[in-house]
Design a binder for this molecule. Structure first.
Ligand code: ADP
Length: 557
């Protein structure tokens, strides 16, 4: 069996201008980054406003196994299959972070015969967006410390600086650091820490900004910490919004690439869904909706995380809700939710475990239906799945009245997803009655959290640490209670305990702390032990990677 990278390297890409032309774009509408990558230009983005929107399909998943359930693979494959049945289609994906690429997950450009290209570049430096986000974030950090060094006219309390530095690599040793050591010429010592770039508020801002003007406005509203009177200090107070917008300007333009089968795709923005809002950029999704009749996009991890945030945080900014939701399920993850240990998932047929694990998928289906959007379940077929296991899953979905379609795009490319594409087109033709979980500015912070916990996670109560209680009072005083809440929670369970698989009930979620992201426009609620800077595993994926003498890349999955 060929690896993802072998399949990608054997494929012949078309020049990106050829792909752009299929969308009706001319040479002046894109900025080329080499032969196979381009950014959609600002001038074109501004002029797209008049066009009518296409149909929006959100791909999400059941609570995943550590390896991922193939959401990106299914998103790319579904896009190719829709194109194959004659629909003018675009795909809108997130950009991979080098943290998980080098760590444990592998790439995020899809897999098998459902990939976006050039995968080697997309998985590494791509068009430099991640570096631009890192640089913007760290430029702000440097300016904060310089402000303190130069006399601190804003009276920033260095014990209450919330702005951290970032790096796009998993590095647990940087979670807590002390900076400014070495005497008076080397800064004012203080405790600091690093997050992974994709957890940065700058990433969230890039993904939610609707224009350059909006980008600057959001950057200006970032709260970097508090002054000695405990009042928030913003980027506007530091007069940094102009410079930060400048560093980020080009990164805001969506990146255009293609699939193995030449379907156009935007790959842009990449916040994680467990510690951030988990969706690609609003600008990319919006542009795709204007350029194509069907847009397939993806939100990270399970539907309790990525899809909830897509629907409650991104949709109000995007101004368009999905016309259909595809929930990706795999037999292996159902078996895991049904009690089979991780190392036994592909060994033996276990229909009973599939049936027992179905409760997890059932909860995600109910959740997505509660938003009033038609749901289709897409089974991402693995070679070890047996017919009996697949039948059991399809039967369980049938009993819920939900269409459940097998897809083998990983193995067979667009031909493997025709039935799913047709089911999705049918779903998009149904009427939707979109009903969000909450209207952010009409609901208190606690009520918003309570609705997510009780309606989406299936929990029975929420507990707040003393610190979180104090923060809520402070946020109300600062006028931030109207913002949506972005839950930071483990992806492995509907609860905040990763070991509680399937469909846990009666659990309590503990809100440990909040991180206000005022520029992005949401309040992050940290639950359990969720970390904003991951560590590397014992055997990092990077150990398999190499470059041969002729420049050929190996081991990138
Ligand atoms: P997710 O988006 O859910 O995190 P990905 O689409 O990135 O998952 O897939 C994770 C990995 O699993 C990729 O290396 C991909 O090649 C592999 N994969 C996906 N679907 C299949 C499948 N049906 N059979 C075998 N491997 C698969």
């Amino acid at each position: 069996m060929k690896t993802d990278i072998q399949i990608a390297q054997e494929n012949q890409m078309q020049p990106i201008m050829t792909i752009a032309k299929t969308l009706g774009l001319g040479e002046d509408d894109i900025k080329q980054y080499g032969k196979y990558k381009a950014k959609l230009s600002w001038d074109k983005i501004k002029n797209l406003g008049q066009e009518e929107n296409g149909k929006l399909i959100l791909v999400t998943a059941i609570s995943p196994t550590p390896a991922g359930e193939g959401k990106s693979t299914m998103t790319v494959g579904l896009g190719d299959s829709l194109a194959k049945i004659g629909k003018k289609t675009m795909i809108a994906l997130r950009e991979p972070s080098m943290g998980p690429t080098m760590g444990m997950k592998g790439g995020a450009a899809g897999g098998g015969y459902a990939q976006v290209q050039p995968m080697e570049e997309i998985n590494l430096h791509f068009t430099g967006d991640m570096h631009a986000i890192t640089a913007t974030n760290n430029a702000l950090a440097a300016f904060i410390d310089n402000h303190i060094q130069q006399g601190n006219p804003l009276q920033i309390d260095q014990r209450r600086i919330t702005w951290k530095r970032v790096l796009d690599i998993n590095d647990r040793a940087l979670r807590n650091v002390v900076i400014g050591l070495g005497g008076p010429t080397n800064g004012v010592p203080r405790e600091d820490g690093f997050d992974i770039t994709v957890a940065s508020e700058i990433m969230a801002i890039l993904c939610l900004a609707t224009s350059l003007h909006d980008l600057k406005d959001r950057l200006a509203h970032i709260v970097i910490g508090y002054n000695t009177s405990r009042k928030p200090v913003t980027v506007r107070d530091l007069k940094m919004e102009g410079a930060l917008t400048l560093i980020l300007k080009d990164a805001l333009e969506p990146n255009l690439v293609q699939t193995l089968y030449h379907t156009p795709a935007f790959v842009h923005g990449g916040p994680f869904a467990n510690i951030a809002h988990g969706c690609n950029s609003v600008i990319a999704t919006q542009s795709a909706l204007k350029l194509a009749d069907y847009v397939v996009t993806e939100a990270g991890f399970g539907a309790d995380l990525g899809a909830e945030k897509f629907l409650d945080i991104k949709v109000p900014v995007l101004g368009k809700h999905p016309d259909a939701v595809v929930i990706v399920a795999t037999i292996r993850s159902l078996k895991m939710h049904g009690g089979v240990p991780k190392d036994k998932l592909k060994d033996t047929e276990d229909v009973a475990a599939v049936k027992a694990g179905f409760v997890n998928l059932q909860k995600h289906i109910e959740n997505m239906q509660s938003y009033g959007i038609p749901v289709v379940v897409g089974i991402n077929q693995f070679v070890h799945d047996t017919q009996e296991e697949i039948d059991a899953l399809q039967e369980a979905c049938q009993q819920m009245g939900v269409e459940c379609v097998l897809s083998s795009v990983w193995e067979n490319g667009p031909d493997g997803g025709i039935a799913l594409a047709e089911a999705v087109v049918r779903a998009c033709d149904q009427e939707t009655y979109f009903s969000p979980l909450y209207v952010a500015d009409e609901t208190t912070i606690k009520e918003k959290i309570s609705r997510v916990v009780k309606t989406i996670y299936g929990g029975s109560d929420v507990q707040y640490s003393k610190k979180a209680e104090t923060q809520i009072k402070q946020f109300n005083r600062n006028g931030w209670e109207h913002l949506p809440v972005c839950m930071a929670k483990t992806q492995y369970s509907l609860s905040d305990d990763p070991s509680k698989l399937a469909r846990p009930e009666g659990f309590t979620i503990t809100i440990r702390e909040f991180v206000p992201k005022i520029g992005a426009g949401f309040l992050v609620a940290l639950t359990g032990d969720i970390l904003t800077m991951p560590g590397l595993p014992k055997q990092p994926a990077a150990l398999n990677m190499d470059v041969l003498e002729d420049g050929t890349v190996t081991g990138l999955f």
